[in-house]
Design a protein around this ligand. Structure first.
Ligand SMILES: *Cc1c(COP(=O)(O)O)cnc(C)c1O
Length: 348
């Protein structure tokens, strides 16, 4: 690995108390080029713009994937990642689907560790702070040929983040027309275009006063699939239900961690498809207790209401919610507060 340090840190210009998500970046970035059939020697350089030819393939055909993960600082200044191998595995699953060459594990892990150790000051201590890590790959060959690029750039950038508060309204609109993913498609990949395609339907939902769209299956709009860019869980009585991962559903690291920890708490977990009708019926008969989303950015976030077929439904407010218990259990592992029975924490 080649390393070029920033001459001067930008950290003193950052107001860590008023961070807007994803707009401030740390001092360094990790970069690796795929040229002539192989990933070249990676490097860490000062965070900076990159120059691109207007014909750069990814700009035309969207051959690009990304990951999202975080680093945390414990009360003794120790820096931790959470299940980073899962992100590496998923990155390569996404790459494979998008015909991007897979990225080597040791480049990914060593690059991450070195970058985080160089920029560790950017991870503030305290449970509300973390450093969001964005690895991504894109087709960088200058060509408008509609074919897989022969060149790629793999980059990791980092952005300091504050945790979301969980007590705000979070109303979702259940999709009846638009779809996020289809069988045989790329829904399970963190492919850039999946997100771009969500902006328009999501903006329509937001104009109607909802914060996010809950995606349903593309065939019948009958089954719940995901909440925006999060996996979704429904609690009926004391059981939680979440859709199985498949072609259309992103295999979230938070989702699988929540499933495991819920089981360990003695909560019944059912991994099966669930229809919107079942949720509406459960709400009407009082057995629907919670709906929540899971993802790296928010960990676990309760959904407070949903719109479906022009009716707005409110969820009951609940003390000692599973959402809260699971969020606490996950964050205590991430911040090195509790035991880590599955070795999910990785020290930097
Ligand atoms: C990233 C993502 C998730 C959550 O995955 P985590 O690994 O838990 O962050 C869920 N759904 C979609 C569509 C995503 O892109």
């Amino acid at each position: 690995m080649e390393i070029e340090r920033a001459i001067k840190t930008k950290i003193n210009q950052v107001d860590f108390k008023n961070l807007s998500f994803g707009e401030t970046f740390s001092d360094h970035m990790f970069l690796c080029d795929y040229l002539k059939g192989k990933w070249n020697t990676p490097k860490i350089i000062p965070y900076q713009p990159i120059t691109l030819d207007p014909s750069t393939s990814a700009l035309h055909y969207g051959q690009a994937v990304f990951e999202g993960m975080k680093a945390y600082k414990d009360n003794n200044g120790g820096v931790w990642m959470f299940r980073p191998k899962e992100n590496w595995l998923r990155l390569n699953k996404s790459c494979k689907r998008m015909k991007i060459p897979e990225f080597p594990e040791d480049y990914f892990m060593k690059g991450l560790k070195k970058l985080l150790s160089m920029d560790s000051e950017w991870i503030q201590s305290g449970g509300e702070n973390s450093l969001y890590i964005r690895p991504f790959v894109f087709a960088s060959q200058p060509t408008v040929q509609a074919a897989p690029s022969k060149e790629y750039k793999f980059i990791i950038i980092c952005s300091p983040a504050k945790s979301y508060y969980n007590d705000s309204e979070f109303n979702v609109l259940i999709a009846e027309k638009f779809s996020r993913a289809a069988d045989g498609g790329v829904g399970y990949a963190k492919a850039a275009g999946n997100y771009g395609a969500q902006f328009y339907p999501t903006s329509i939902a937001q104009q109607k006063g909802y914060q996010q769209v809950v995606w349903t299956d593309a065939n019948e709009h009958k089954y719940l699939e995901e909440a925006g860019t999060m996996n979704i869980f429904v609690r009926i009585d004391n059981k939680i239900i979440t859709a199985p991962t498949n072609d259309r559903i992103l295999d979230g690291v938070t989702r699988k961690s929540a499933i495991q920890l819920a089981k360990d708490m003695g909560i019944d977990v059912e991994v099966r498809s669930i229809t919107v009708n079942e949720v509406v019926n459960a709400l009407n008969d009082g057995s629907l207790k919670e709906i929540f989303g899971t993802g790296t950015a928010v960990v676990v976030i309760p959904i407070t209401g949903f719109g479906y077929k022009k009716i707005d439904y409110k969820l009951p407010s609940i003390k000692d919610s599973y959402a809260k218990r699971l969020k606490t259990a996950i964050t205590e592992i991430q911040y090195n507060i509790s035991d880590d029975p599955y070795n999910w924490r990785v020290r930097v």
